[in-house]
Ligand binder design. Structure first.
Ligand code: ADP
Ligand code: MG
Length: 528
């Protein structure tokens, strides 16, 4: 059975499979569109609407419409209430997944069961788990999650499996931005490093343009109170995105705005738009520079290709900036579909890998036959080993030497961001006080985009406790080992050297309880 690839985006989502001619194929939604807005409208206690219609409903029912929920993934506590029922970010995302799968059912008659879902490279363990939970809630078997830039690189490199190439994936979507350096060679897809800003995306351009439109209106008609009118603002917000997209292909566009008895027709020029949003482009360039710097430290000084991914890379200002700043000649290749298509390839890769006993490649032949695909294509896809990096640092809390008696602490990272997975690191610490009979190791994951030992830049994700120790002298050695597997599951071992007291924990971060999943699954079944 086909494993489908799903790009569950912040603003748009998309589903694809590799078709029997060996090409990735996007399955269109009920409206015939390739991408579906990741927007959910809780129309009534009995019905939920997803996609373009939900996006339109934001005009009339802003309080019943949820968008950009991906930003809340990994925070199951960030529940939202509709019609006296609360929904987790995972549950809300499940409605989007359910809609995509429904489109496949209608278009092809096929019931989707197994899927690969893409996640941003910077997603930590909690967000990955959340994404899997969203799939489970939608009644899907999530075979794996794959980093979006890896999927994009897969799509780009799938027919060229002999050469070794280094690519920079520049992904500017609707709500997030990331840059990733990937080495693509025979038998490998290796992430060299990744960076980004997950609060920066096309929506920031929309908001800025909307504010500009509002200014133009109030300049023409001062004192109408339009700038405080929720409906007027919603309307502008919706049209700002369309206007922005038109400015990608045109030098200037007219826009009509009505409030009460007043109608303003304004012209927005591309250069004006670019001037008011230049700071956002600058932010993407600064992050790109940081990524290139890190890659250079790892021996990468030449790029064979710069892949533009994400709908916002269609904006000409991005191409111009990358050329002027770095001398790149970026390639725009289906920026809003590349991730989903790559996910379809990755799904094929997984279907072979999961069935492959080590050293036996017959599943490739079998799958090739079953899917009516050329065997060479299946084999070449399957043979690529994907090596990822951990996007964030992991560490433990240690007493702040500047404040040995106080409550403040620092985080000492055992695993730094951008370390290749799987990884194992051991470090020796010492106890902080006399007569300790237990050792509590507090485990932290880097929270911001920069690795920092300051407590507030890290997030507490778990702890390991060694107890019932004889009173230890201050300074007694304790070994802490962090093991992070390829799927990002963290295993922590603590060993108190003198008595050989130990504690081991496996950390699955941000997990929903089975009850939460079951309840949410019930909601999806009931409301769609
Ligand atoms: P995500 O993966 O974050 O959901 P996408 O990669 O689908 O996002 O990109 C969506 C963003 O791309 C939206 O902000 C959308 O307005 C923008 N976009 C799409 N087409 C264009 C275009 N022609 N010009 C400018 N921006 C565009
Ligand atoms: Mg995307």
């Amino acid at each position: 059975m086909t494993i489908y690839g799903i790009d569950l985006g912040t603003t748009y989502s998309c589903i694809a499979r590799v078709d029997s001619s060996g090409r990735p194929e996007i399955i269109r939604n009920r409206l015939g569109r390739e991408v579906t807005p990741s927007v959910v409208y809780f129309e009534s206690p009995f019905h939920v609407v997803v996609g373009d219609d939900a996006k339109k409903a934001a005009l009339t029912h802003p309080d019943l419409v949820v968008s950009r929920i991906k930003r809340e993934m990994g925070h199951p506590e960030a529940e939202l209430d509709f019609h006296d029922r609360s929904f987790t970010p995972e549950g809300i995302s499940a409605f989007v997944l359910g809609d995509l799968v429904g489109s496949v059912r209608e278009a092809t008659g096929e019931e989707v069961k197994d899927v690969v879902i893409t996640v941003p490279a910077y997603f930590g363990v909690a967000e990955r788990e959340s994404t899997k939970a969203a799939g489970a809630i939608a009644g899907l078997n999530v075979v794996n999650v794959v980093a979006e830039p890896v999927a994009a690189a897969f799509f780009y490199g799938v027919h060229d499996t002999d050469a070794t190439r280094t690519v920079l994936v520049f992904d500017l979507g609707g709500g997030t931005f990331d840059t990733t350096v990937i080495r693509l060679g025979p038998g490998e897809v290796t992430v060299v490093c990744t960076d980004g800003d997950h609060q920066l995306g096309g929506a920031d351009w929309d908001d800025r343009l909307a504010a500009h439109l509002c200014d133009l209106f109030t300049e023409q008609f001062p004192g109408t109170g339009a700038e405080d009118d929720e409906k007027f603002l919603q309307d502008i917000a919706l049209h700002a995105e369309e206007l922005k997209q038109s400015l990608t292909s045109r030098q200037a566009c007219r826009h009509r705005m009505t409030f009460g008895d007043h109608t303003a027709v304004v012209e927005v020029r591309r250069d004006t738009f670019e001037a008011i949003t230049a700071e956002f482009v600058e932010r993407t360039m600064a992050i790109t520079e940081r990524t290139l710097g890190l890659a250079a430290e790892r021996g990468v000084d030449h790029y064979d290709e710069v892949l533009l991914v994400g709908g916002s890379t269609r904006m000409p200002a991005i191409d111009t900036a990358l050329r002027e700043r770095f001398g790149f000649a970026p390639k725009l290749h289906e920026p809003d579909l590349a991730v989903a298509k790559g996910a379809a390839w990755f799904a094929l890769h997984e279907s072979v890998r999961l069935r492959r006993p080590v050293g036996d490649d017959s599943p490739a032949a079998e799958i090739a036959r079953a899917m009516e695909l050329p065997e060479g294509v299946v084999r070449a896809t399957a043979e690529r080993a994907v090596t990822n990096v951990v996007p964030r640092a992991f560490g433990v809390a240690v007493v702040d030497p500047a404040d040995p008696d106080g409550d403040s602490f620092l985080v000492n990272h055992l695993i730094s961001a951008n370390t290749a997975l799987p990884v194992q690191k051991r470090k020796q610490f010492v106890t902080a006080y006399d007569d300790q009979t237990s050792i509590q190791v507090l485990i932290y994951e880097q929270a911001g985009s920069i690795e920092s030992e300051e407590a507030e830049h890290n997030k507490h994700i778990g702890e390991a406790v060694v107890s019932r120790l004889p009173p230890l002298r201050k300074g007694s050695p304790v070994d802490v080992t962090f093991k992070l597997d390829a799927d990002g599951v963290l295993n922590v071992d603590v060993l108190e050297i003198k008595t050989r007291g130990t504690a081991t924990v496996d950390i699955k971060i941000g997990d929903l309880t089975e009850r939460q999943v079951a309840r949410a699954r019930d909601d999806v079944a009931r409301l769609t």
